[in-house]
Each structure stands twice: as structure tokens, then as C-alpha cells.
Design a binder for this molecule. Structure first.
Ligand code: LMR
Length: 333
């Protein structure tokens, strides 16, 4: 009797310690659509490295690049349903989710440079946009850079007239749609993973993207010309499923926030270099010719694109456009 009681107690003690020993790590699936060798791809890997280090193995980050799990639109739905826990969609992709104010980032020539961008994302606009995601079951964790866009086609695009009648691939954003129409082109929404084939087979004539995306997706192999127009910007909001994030033990969440903070700094530091190197590689390949706009040509683009602001004001919101412009133009000391 006494022995069996002891045995039972020992077994109980074993059982009690078993969960602690065999505790499974919390798995976070981080899905994205670009190649690993891009600012976002490297940022995701950096976050994984830091998050696993700071949580001391309590968290395991599984990164799925290249639309392996989900394409553009599906990935946000998957996050909302909890099939993946983290994503970093481009800012253009939040409009279709109903948070149209994000499309302010797509307005042509709204950002003069990265410093202006940083003032916006780190200022009130950046915060207020993240707040708007909460009602969608999403928490915003950081803004990651990619870079300024290049327009590509099989003919040189120097003046707005050169776009006339061209089918141009865009991300699913009403502002980008208006932008292409203002240039006389026909916008076609396509998932990122489908762009190479669409360019190759002539389903679309051209596209707009950053150098790092054009290079890693091999768009430069199927486009003869790229215009270094810097007319728009591609960047990301790193997001998580809010219920999952809020349900994490507070210490773990704090460690992940620290990892995110550092991964954000890292990504934003490397993004320009990544894009510069990708541009150099494409130039070296000899398969695509890059065009710089003269000041007159650039002025003509700006003029052709100016009506997009008025047209999109009711959708994006006058107040956010004005606040954005104010913050972007603010002087820092
Ligand atoms: C695109 O769809 O063109 C890009 O936004 C993809 C990305 O995430 O950089």
C-alpha cells in the first residue's frame, strides 16, 4: 500500500514534469511572395534568427518565401483565418482588404526620398494605419522597405505617350489602376508569382517593380527596357494575426517585438544596397536597357499623373493625403 502510494506519487511527479520537458515550441508560419534574396526575404530570415535566439527556442519561425504557400490575395485571408501567423504584404495590398488609406503610398511621386518615407511610417500616419488594421483581426508590427519602382516594357518608355495602349501589370490597388490609366495604359491586376509568365507570353506588355523584384523574378529577361522613373514606392507592413499575437505569453511577445524592431532596422538598412546591386546585375546581363528620364521628361510624367490625386481623393481620403504630404515634407533636426 505504502509502496504503491510512493509509486503513484513518483509517477505523478514524472507526469507533472513531463510537459515542461517535452514542451513544443510555438510555431509561427511567416509566408511571403518574394525571393529569399531580396530585402523582404532577408528581413524575414533575420527576424527568424533573432526571434529564435531571444526566445531561447520557445518559438520556431518557419519562413515560406516565393508564394510557396499563398499568392497575393490569398495570403491575407490565410492570416485572418489563422492558417499562417505572419506576413509582410506590400502596402498596396491593403486596399482590397478595405483599409483603403494604405493606398496613399501608391500615389505617384508622393515620396521624394526614403527620409520622407521614414518620417511618415514612424510618425502619426504610420501609427494610424496600423490602428486601422485591428478591426480586421490584424496587428501591424513594422514597416519594411523595398524601394522605388522601375517601369518596364519591350519599348522605351520616355514620355507618357509611350504608354498608350500598353497592358501593364499592377498590384491590386485602385491608385495604381488610376496611375496606369492616366498614362494611357491598360492596367491588369496579376498576382506577383504570375508576372514573369505573363510578360513572357505577352499576356501583358509591361510592369512596374523594384530592381530587386525584377532581378530575382527574372523580369529583365523578358523586358527590353526599364525606365528608372522612381514614380512610386514598394514597401511592406509586417503583420500578424491579432488573436494569435495577443494570446502569446507576455514575455515571448516582448522578445518577438525586440526581434522585430531589430529585423526592421536591418531590412531598412540593406534595402537600398540590395536594389542597387540587383540593378547592376541586370545592367551587366546585357538583356535589358535602362533609361534615365531627363528633367523635362520627368516633368511630363508628373504632369500626366497629377490628376490621379484628385481622382483618388474620395477613395484614399483627403485628410490622410494631406497629413502624409505634411509629414513627408517635414523637416527633421
Ligand atoms: C508585387 O506584387 O509586385 C510586389 O509587391 C511583391 C512584393 O511583395 O514585393
Amino acid at each position: 500500500m505504502r509502496l504503491s502510494l510512493l509509486a503513484a506519487l513518483a509517477a505523478g511527479a514524472l507526469l507533472a514534469s513531463a510537459p515542461a520537458q517535452a514542451q513544443q515550441p510555438i510555431v509561427i508560419k511567416f509566408s511571403h511572395v518574394v525571393a529569399p534574396d531580396t530585402p523582404k526575404g532577408k528581413g524575414a530570415e533575420k527576424f527568424k534568427e533573432l526571434a529564435e535566439k531571444y526566445t531561447n527556442g520557445k518559438v520556431k519561425i518557419e519562413v515560406y518565401p516565393n508564394s510557396q504557400l499563398y499568392k497575393d490575395k490569398e495570403e491575407v485571408e490565410a492570416l485572418q483565418l489563422g492558417a499562417v501567423q505572419m506576413l509582410a504584404p506590400s502596402l498596396a495590398k491593403f486596399g482590397p482588404l478595405g483599409v483603403k488609406e494604405f493606398e496613399v503610398f501608391d500615389l505617384p511621386y508622393i515620396l521624394p526620398d526614403k527620409a520622407a518615407l521614414r518620417r511618415v511610417t514612424e510618425g502619426e500616419v504610420g501609427k494610424s494605419l496600423f490602428k486601422k488594421l485591428e478591426s480586421k483581426g490584424i496587428v501591424g508590427l513594422g514597416y519594411w522597405d523595398n524601394g522605388f519602382k522601375i517601369m518596364s516594357a519591350n519599348k522605351p518608355l520616355r514620355m507618357p505617350e509611350d504608354f498608350r495602349g500598353l497592358k501593364m501589370r499592377i498590384q491590386s490597388s485602385k491608385v495604381l489602376e488610376a496611375q496606369m490609366r492616366a498614362l494611357g495604359a491598360i492596367p491588369q491586376v496579376l498576382a506577383f508569382s504570375e508576372v514573369y509568365q505573363a510578360l513572357q507570353t505577352g499576356v501583358v506588355d509591361g510592369s512596374e517593380n523594384t530592381a530587386s523584384n525584377m532581378y530575382t523574378q527574372k523580369h529583365y529577361e523578358v523586358q527590353k527596357y526599364g525606365t528608372l522613373s522612381d514614380h512610386g514606392y514598394i514597401g511592406y507592413a509586417v503583420i500578424a494575426n491579432k488573436k494569435f499575437w495577443d494570446g502569446l505569453p507576455a514575455d515571448v511577445r516582448g522578445q518577438l517585438e525586440k526581434a522585430m524592431h531589430e529585423a526592421t532596422d536591418y531590412t531598412n538598412q540593406i534595402s537600398q544596397k540590395e536594389n542597387d546591386e540587383a540593378l547592376d546585375e541586370m545592367k551587366k546581363s546585357g538583356r535589358i536597357t535602362f533609361i534615365e528620364l531627363t528633367p523635362e521628361q520627368k516633368a511630363a510624367w508628373k504632369q500626366a499623373l497629377e490628376p490621379v490625386y484628385k481622382e483618388m481623393e474620395p477613395r484614399v481620403g483627403k485628410a490622410i493625403i494631406e497629413e502624409f504630404r505634411r509629414e513627408a515634407g517635414a523637416v527633421t533636426h
